[in-house]
Structures are given as C-alpha cells and as structure tokens.
Write a protein that binds this ligand. Structure first.
Ligand code: ADP
Ligand code: ZN
Length: 860
C-alpha cells in the first residue's frame, strides 16, 4: 500500500505539501518527525503532520528523502498548537511549525558545482589562447579543477581559497558551471579538554582503583567518552576536587607564573576545562599549554561540546524567604488548581517587590509534586539569567534554559534534553512556550504585559496568549504575573475568564517608593537652561552619593541626541531608507538609523537648504551619561543600553558591578527597568518620562504607565526606603499622574473607558495589514486591490480603516501602506484576513509584500 505524508515546510505559503513515503521508511510513523524533503531545487527540513493512503490528484508527488531523528520532534499536543498558531494568527503552516522545531545543527547548507559543456568549450578556448589576463588565468585554473574532478565539487572545498567562490558564481552566470543546493549532515563537533596530569607526587594517598570513575569523578578520556555528554560535564566539575593537591614539587621550584596559574585553575579552582575557557581563566597563551603538554604535565583529549559554564551560577545562595500570608494564600489557591489537574488560567497581580517569584517557585513545586512539568517564560534573555539561577538553585539540573541568544548547538542540546524528558522545568523567553515538554502542568508568564512576548516576524504570535492556549490543550494551569497587567489580561480577570490572585503589599511591609513629579516647564522657568536632567534630579543624585547609596536614571532613548535639526529651514536629517530622523551617536561621531542601520557623518550644512545652522535636539542616554560624569567626577557611572551592552557577558558585568556596589549611578534605557532586584537603590530618576506619549499609537498611555511603574518599582526594594523622580512636560496626563500614585486600578478604569469608546482591544479584536514594496506604485496598486477585497466583510461586522500610509511610511527602503481591521467578532476578522491572503495569492501579489498582524502590540 503506498503511503503519503502531509509535510509542513518552512515557506511563506498557507498550505502543507504531500510527499510519497519511500519503501525504506515502511513501518516508520511519520507524524511529528522531522524529514528532509526535496522542494524545488533545494532540500529542506519539514515536519510530518498527517499520513494518508490516497495520492493527491494531479500533481506528481516527490518522495521524502530522509528521516532526521529517531524520535518525533513534536509530541501530539504541539502539533495541535502549531495548527492553532497557523489558524489564529493567519500564519503560513510551515512557518508556524518551524518556530517550534529545534535548530538544525546536524545539517549544513552546501552547494555542489559541476562543469557544463559550455564550460568545457570555454576551457578549450582558454587553453588555446596565446595570452591570458589574470582573471582568465584564474578561470582557466578553476575550470581545469572542475574538469579533472570525477564528481561535483562542494562549496566547502572552494571556500578554502579566497575569492574562488565568487569566481565560481561568475562562471555559473555565464553558464560554464552549474550548482545545486545540498543539505549535508555535519560531523558532531568536539572541543579540546585540558587536565592537569596526576604526577607521582599528587597521586600519593589516592587510589583510583578504590573509587571508580563514576563515583569519584576521576576524569580520564576513556571514562568521559563512556559516560556520555551530560555526565562528562558533571564529572569535569567534580574532577577538579579529586585532582586538587598542593602545587607539585616540579612546579613549585622555579615554576613560571603562567604555569602556576594553569595549575591553580585546573586543580584547586575548577578541574579539567575546555581549552578556550582555560586560556581565559588562567590568562595564558596556547603556546604555554602546548609546552606543558609536551613536558607531560598536561593531558588533553577531545570531547563533544558541552554548554559553556555560567559563572553567574557559581557561589549563588538563594535567599531563604519565609512566605508571608499573601504569598501563602496565593500559593494555596494554585495548589488547589494543580491538584484538580485541569485547565485554569489566572492573573497574579502583585505590586513591584511583592515577591511574585517565590509564588512561581512554589507553583513549580506543586506541579512537580504531581509528576508534571513546568515552563517559566520571562520577557528578556537577560532575565533568564536571574530567574534561571533561582529556579536552578531550587530544582537543580532538572532545569533547562531555552532562548534565542544561545548558540544553535547549545539550544539544540537543551531542546533535545527537554524532549527526551531529562529536564522537567524550562525557563526561557517567548519561543520557550513551544518547549517540547510532555505532561505539562504549569506555564508561568512573568511580566505578561511585555511587548517582547509578541514575535514581530512570521509567525506573529504572542507568547502569552499562546501559553494560555497551550495550557488549555494540556489541561494545565496558566499563571500570568505582573505588577501592571496588560489591559487585555486585567479585563479577562475582571470578566471572570481568568482567576485573580493579588499581592497588595511589598514583602516585609516595605513601603512602595515615594514618587515625585518634576514639572519641566516650571524647571525651565526657574533655571532658563535645559540641562539633560533637571536640577531636582541632580540634587537628589548628589544626596545619594553623599549617603553612599545607589541611584538609577532611566532615559528611554539611545544615543547622544535624538536628531539633527536645521534651524534655518526646519528640516530634520532623515534616514535615506526610512521615514525617521537619524540619531546622533557621539562616541562614533555618526548619525544612525535605529531601524535599518544606515549611518552618515553628521553634515555641517543642511542637506536641504545648505544653511550652516545645524542643531542637535533632545538628550539620549549617551548625553545623560556624559552629563552625570561631568557633574559628579568622583562617582562611578555606568550605562546600560544596546550601545554599551552587546553580549550577555557585558550585561552581566555591568549589572554584577552595580549589584556589588561598585557602581554608584546606573544610567540606561528600559533595560534598567525590568525585574531586577537591587537592594541598595534608593533613588530612581526618569528623564523625559513622556517620550512614549508622543507616539501615534493606541498603547502609548499604557506603555508609559507600565514603564514608569516598573522603574519606580526598582527603588527601595531593600531595607532602605526609595524615592522616584519623574520628569515631564505633561504632569497632568493621567498615565503619569496615576503611575506616580502607583494606582493600577484607576489607570485601568480610565484607559478602559477610552479603549471601549474608540473600539480598541480588549473591547474589539484588532489586526493590521501592511502592504509594502520598494516601488511605491506597486504598494499603492496592491493596497487598492486589497481594499476592494475587504469590502464585502464590512457587512459582516468588520470595520476597515485604510489603506493609508503607515505611521512609518517608509522602512528599509520599502513604501508601506496600512489597513486597520476591527471587529467585535474574532471569527469574522479571521475570515476577512484569510480571504485577503487567498486573494493576494490569486492576484499574484507576492507573499512577502503583505504582512498580517493579528493582535498587534502597536500600530506604529
Ligand atoms: P516582584 O517580582 O514581585 O517584584 P520579587 O519576587 O523579585 O518581587 O521579590 C522581591 C524581593 O523580596 C526579593 O529579594 C525576594 O528574595 C524577597 N522576598 C520574597 N518573598 C519574601 C518574603 N516572604 N520575605 C522576605 N523577603 C522576600
Ligand atoms: Zn533607516
């Protein structure tokens, strides 16, 4: 009986593809399995979704080429979830499923080249030519190589010689070579491990025979290979202890400093280490290692790559908190739901510093006690460090961490560890909502209001809403936590759709920080000059420096100046590719576009009118940083934004230094506002608090309120009381006033009132459709056509606004037009969107020219 399989492949089409199952795969179940299939001229990785015995009519069916893993990558519930994502977000099936699969580390893309007949005749001509240019000589040599090769040549081989791949590309365009795309399996990658050899001196009093490799942690190459990946990693940590001893006689006499450092690191500090880590820890060069290896002092071997050790985790003792009555009451409720073993969703609404994390930990314990698994979602990679560390301290190596900042190889390994059931708790960012855990009992979404839960590329899902849906599918508990819940979530809690748990006070009854509003209009009247921060804030910081406590300053704009303005004609220097002002970065002496990366030297003359009155407007984080250093030359100032922090390590360094009290003032963008728990911060200043209010977006007030409340929550978390200064030109705006009072419910009432009147979420379902193209004529024509396609849906209760130029009318050289669709009935909205995409396919409007965003986090 011939078999067929529906495969989801990662292409932007709203359909699966049917493949024939070759006989070699007889008896293999295919659902949820990753398969390699031919697609056009390529081979790509898809996932099997359904099997059938009926051939599709008409089209010729290709065969599945290969099965990738022995185990289905996706368990059945995740397949259901993938279909839901594709339906709800009107996303291409294959792209929805690609978001759920592990990185394809076992494969690499490759190209195979071979010579054509035209190439052979070109070769003959070149061979006969009297004279050859340099270029012709290079072509001749390359064609000779291909002619002599008995099979095709891979691009990996070409890449070894600089420039040759480009030349091959040229020969393909001339028809002398052909190329086909290949997927190849990668050999597993290894790294060199270095250990201090047990010399006779060190081995004394230590008998390997007594304590076998597994128990004692003696790490020999043989043992580590036999123990496999995970155990080898544990061993290498244990190994340090049994290797340790005093510096051996050979070394202590006349040993050079680098040698002693290596010995120190490999014996008393750490144990056997990967070469790179050792070089860094012992601050030595490769040559030193080689010399010691030759001298027989070091031993090395290859081992599969294991995750880089996280220095963040070492020496960490979690606080031993005794739960207060509110925390206990919340946990008791959660235990009840978990024991009931069925779906429920709840909002944990707790003010900043109320100890939500302890409740999360208790909830995980509840789930584990029932033999279930748990996912903890956090809004940022950085927070996986803080939260991951707490969870690991409590639950040990049953914890896996998944986020997109991990190198593919580490992410794949963690992913499969979860899939095989070796981890039962996953801490991660957005995409960890797809963690392949089975028997899920709990999903926690921390800071559920964060817009980072929304993926801004296809599939455009919201991790929080997906978490709630997944909990429903799995009969699990979804726990959404926040001090400033999104309007949607609080609305659901009010309506009884979500249960509501409250933590109304800070732990140990610490008071919330006092918030003072600084009216910048008045400041200006008094001071008659505009400094990057107000005099009130400057004085408050000075006080903290005297007291020797810490201060944080939030300025939610990167760079030195927001823009460069011509005072003669009023023009602002804009990006060449986007309709947005360029930001001035002083350290690099560039004007930069934060959207597309375009940058130029700041012009001396106005590009429009040639006048020479160019003027920098608006102060960003770089300027505030500089100003603080000038004002407080003896203070230690550090800055945390995407210009100073490019890697996880830099992030840890800055925050670590601040936590240890080595930094007095921390300046930064919203990166400083999130979740951190510093005990000695007694002042938080917010410069330009109303920045976000200027955005033409329905969430502007909500975002402002959330950011201010969050950052205010960073002050006074320890024994010392905190104060917050909020600088603004609109002190009477309700978002600012109510944030100052830290009064969430009043803010909700007020904002909900506007949303209801203006038909915005949570009172209507919202979607945006963006049409974009390099050519403005195309963008106009296609959006007009789409407009006609939407017309019939107006009768079905879908309100359609547009097409109109998008607020960012040009982005990365594309012209953009926007529709906004609203409907009280989600089903009607979904139908309109699906039929719009079908319409585009029928009219041959390119799939990537139309972006559908269901439940957009912003219309900007
Ligand atoms: P939130 O996320 O609600 O802002 P956290 O969970 O970060 O608050 O907790 C704030 C601080 O309070 C942390 O330092 C935490 O260790 C501490 N904490 C939590 N629960 C208690 C408790 N019951 N007693 C004392 N301190 C606590
Ligand atoms: Zn740009």
């Amino acid at each position: 009986m011939p078999r067929y399989c529906e495969v989801a492949v990662p292409v932007p089409l709203r359909t699966t593809f049917t493949y024939a199952v070759p006989e070699s795969l007889n008896g293999e179940p295919l659902i949820g399995r990753r398969v390699i299939v031919p697609f056009g001229k390529r081979a790509i990785v898809g996932v099997g979704l359904a099997e059938s015995e009926n051939p599709p009519n008409g089209a010729r069916v290709k065969e599945i080429a290969e099965l990738m893993d022995p185990l289905p990558a996706l368990p059945p519930k995740l397949i259901e979830l993938g279909h839901w994502i594709s339906r709800y977000y009107v996303a291409p099936v294959g792209e929805a499923f690609r978001a759920m699969l592990p990185p394809e580390i076992e494969l690499r893309q490759d190209r195979a080249y071979s010579i054509t007949d035209a190439g052979r005749s070109c070769l003959r001509e070149l061979a006969a030519a009297e004279e050859r240019t340099d270029e012709e000589r290079a072509e001749f040599e390359l064609l000779c190589k291909f002619d002599n090769a008995d099979s095709s040549v891979s691009s990996a081989r070409l890449r070894r010689h600089p420039g040759v791949e480009a030349l091959a590309g040229k020969l393909i365009r001339r028809g002398c070579l052909t190329a086909s795309e290949l997927l190849r399996r990668r050999k597993s990658r290894t790294q060199k491990i270095v250990a201090w050899k047990l010399g006779p001196v060190e081995a004394r009093g230590f008998n390997p025979a007594e304590s076998g490799p597994a128990s004692s942690g003696v790490l020999t190459p043989e043992a580590s290979a036999a123990e496999g990946l995970r155990d080898a990693q544990e061993d290498s940590i244990l190994g340090g202890r049994s290797f340790s001893s005093d510096i051996p006689a050979r070394l202590s006499k006349g040993a050079s400093a680098p040698d002693a450092r290596i010995h120190e690191v490999l014996t008393s500090e750490r144990g056997p280490l990967p070469l790179n880590l050792l070089l860094e820890k012992a601050r030595v060069s490769r040559a030193v290692i080689q010399r010691l290896e030759k001298a027989g002092l070091l031993q090395t071997w290859e081992e599969p790559i294991t995750p880089g050790e996280d220095p963040w985790d070492t020496d960490f003792t979690p606080p031993a908190n005794v739960l207060n009555s509110e925390q206990k009451a919340a946990l008791e409720e959660i235990w009840r739901w978990i024991l009931a073993g069925e779906f429920s969703s709840a909002l944990l609404h707790g003010v900043t510093g109320s100890g939500k994390t302890e409740v999360y930990l208790g909830a995980i314990e509840a789930a584990l006690s029932r033999g279930k698994t748990a996912i903890v979602l956090v809004p940022e990679i950085a927070l996986t460090l803080w939260v991951g560390r707490l969870v690991r301290a409590r639950f040990g190596d049953r914890v896996a961490v998944l986020h997109s900042g991990l190198p593919d190889i580490e992410r794949a390994r963690e992913w499969w560890r979860v899939r095989r059931g070796e981890a039962s708790i996953v801490v991660g960012t957005r995409s960890a909502v797809f963690a392949p855990l089975e028997n899920l009992g709990l999903i926690i979404v921390d800071e559920e209001q964060e817009s980072s839960y929304k993926q801004e590329e296809a599939p455009r899902y919201n991790g929080r809403d997906t978490a709630v849906y997944r909990a429903r599918l799995e009969g699990a508990v979804a726990l959404l936590g926040s001090a400033t819940p999104s309007l949607e979530t609080f609305h659901n809690a009010r309506a009884g759709k979500y249960k509501l748990l409250k933590l109304t006070s800070r732990v140990e009854n610490r008071p919330l920080a006092e918030v003072r509003i600084v009216d910048l209009r008045e400041e200006f009247r008094r001071q008659h000059r505009a400094a990057p921060i107000s005099e009130s804030l400057r004085a408050a910081i000075a006080l903290r420096l005297e007291e020797k406590t810490q201060a944080m300053v939030l300025i939610n704009r990167r760079g030195y100046s927001w823009s460069l303005l011509c005072r003669s004609c009023g023009a602002v220097v804009q990006c060449r590719n986007c309709s947005i002002a360029l930001t001035y970065h002083k350290s690099r002496e560039r004007l930069e576009c934060h959207y597309c990366g375009y940058s130029i030297r700041p012009p001396k003359q106005c590009p429009k009118c040639r006048a020479e009155y160019m003027y920098f407007v608006g102060d960003g984080a770089e300027r505030v940083d500089e100003y603080l250093r000038q004002q407080f030359p003896h203070a230690k100032v550090a800055r945390l934004d995407r210009d100073t922090v490019r890697t996880k390590r830099q992030y840890q360094q800055i925050l670590g230094a601040f936590a240890k009290g080595e930094v007095d003032i921390l300046v930064g963008t919203q990166m400083v506002a999130k979740g951190h728990d510093f005990q000695r911060v007694t002042l938080v200043g917010v410069a330009a608090a109303d920045l976000a209010l200027g955005r033409p977006d329905f969430r502007a007030a909500e975002r402002t309120f959330q950011l201010l409340t969050q950052v205010a929550g960073r002050a006074g978390r320890g024994e010392l009381a905190g104060e917050v200064l909020v600088e603004t030109y609109y002190p009477e705006h309700y978002a600012i006033e109510l944030a100052a009072q830290q009064d969430y419910e009043s803010f909700y009432e007020k904002e909900a009132h506007f949303r209801r009147m203006l038909h915005y979420p949570p009172f209507t379902a919202l979607a945006s459709v963006l049409v974009r193209d390099r050519k403005v004529e195309n963008a106009v024509r296609w959006s007009r056509a789409l407009g006609t396609c939407f017309v019939p849906f107006e009768k079905q209760g879908v309100k359609i606004l547009g097409p109109a130029p998008a607020p960012l009318a040009r982005l990365k050289r594309d012209y953009r037009f926007q529709f906004v669709l609203k409907s009280p009935q989600r089903a009607a909205l979904g139908k309109a969107l699906a039929s719009a995409l079908d319409f585009c396919a029928a009219k041959e409007i390119p799939a990537n020219a139309v972006i559908v965003d269901v439940d957009p986090t912003s219309l900007f």
